[in-house]
Design a protein around this ligand. Structure first.
Ligand code: R5P
Length: 219
């Protein structure tokens, strides 16, 4: 199976977690795009979606799925999204598609985070994938210097402006042994909007696409 077929398999497998009549939290990226297609097939059974990016919003609208603003809902049953890396503790690196801030907000209001990923995303130690950090533009140089102090090598993601009007620094060379501590430290740097480490709030369920089928891991 190709990597895209594995992504499609988990995207469709996630449908069974969607309860009829609910508003669904929807992520961003190539794996989440398969989930959006799957959601389209049951669009008459759900109330709608809260979306984590302009890109996913456009895809959902095209399928006729109603979009709700995050401020209109108190909580969500589930949030379904991909990841760039996931470790054995269900902690993740996210933000390869620059949608990390809205993703973290929707994860925060969701009772269950369901991560959908192909098996190439499974790692023992987070950090081989450069860690995305969304930063207020005027703080770029300062935040970069602080990230160097934490042992990383930040690289400005050229030409990318997030849906919130900010920039992304991708931090290379990190071997993240304590993901909760690293998330907290980076969150504390002035000018950081969001770090793409989902460690304090990891996934509750992971659907992993493998050549032998979809593997379900529960925390
Ligand atoms: O900002 C993007 C998101 O965090 C994605 O969930 C993540 O980058 C994984 O994307 P993909 O499913 O395309 O590998």
């Amino acid at each position: 199976m190709t990597q895209d077929e594995l992504k499609k398999a988990v995207g469709w497998a996630a449908l069974k977690y969607v309860r009829p009549g609910t508003i669904v939290g929807v992520g961003t990226g190539s794996t989440a795009a398969h989930f959006i297609d799957a959601l389209g097939s049951i669009k008459d059974q759900i109330e709608g979606a809260v979306s984590s990016s302009n890109d996913s919003t456009a895809k959902l609208k095209k399928l006729g799925i109603q979009i709700f603003d995050c401020n209109e809902v108190d909580s969500l049953d589930i949030y379904i999204d991909g990841a760039d890396e996931i470790n054995g503790h269900m902690q993740m690196i996210k933000g390869g598609g620059a949608a990390l801030t809205r993703e973290k907000i929707i994860a925060a209001i969701s009772r269950k985070f369901i991560c959908i990923a192909d098996s190439s995303k499974q790692v023992d130690i987070l950090g081989a994938f450069p860690l995305p950090v969304e930063v207020i533009p005027m703080a770029r140089a300062y935040v970069a210097r602080e990230l160097v102090k934490l042992g990383g090598m930040p690289e400005y993601r050229q030409g990318v402006v997030t849906d919130n009007g900010n920039i992304i620094l991708d931090v290379h060379n990190l071997k993240i042994m304590d993901a909760v501590a690293m998330e907290n430290k980076i969150n504390n740097i002035a000018g950081v909007v969001t770090v793409g480490l989902f460690a304090n709030r990891g996934a509750d369920v992971a659907l992993i696409g493998t050549a032998d089928g979809v593997k379900i891991i529960e925390s």
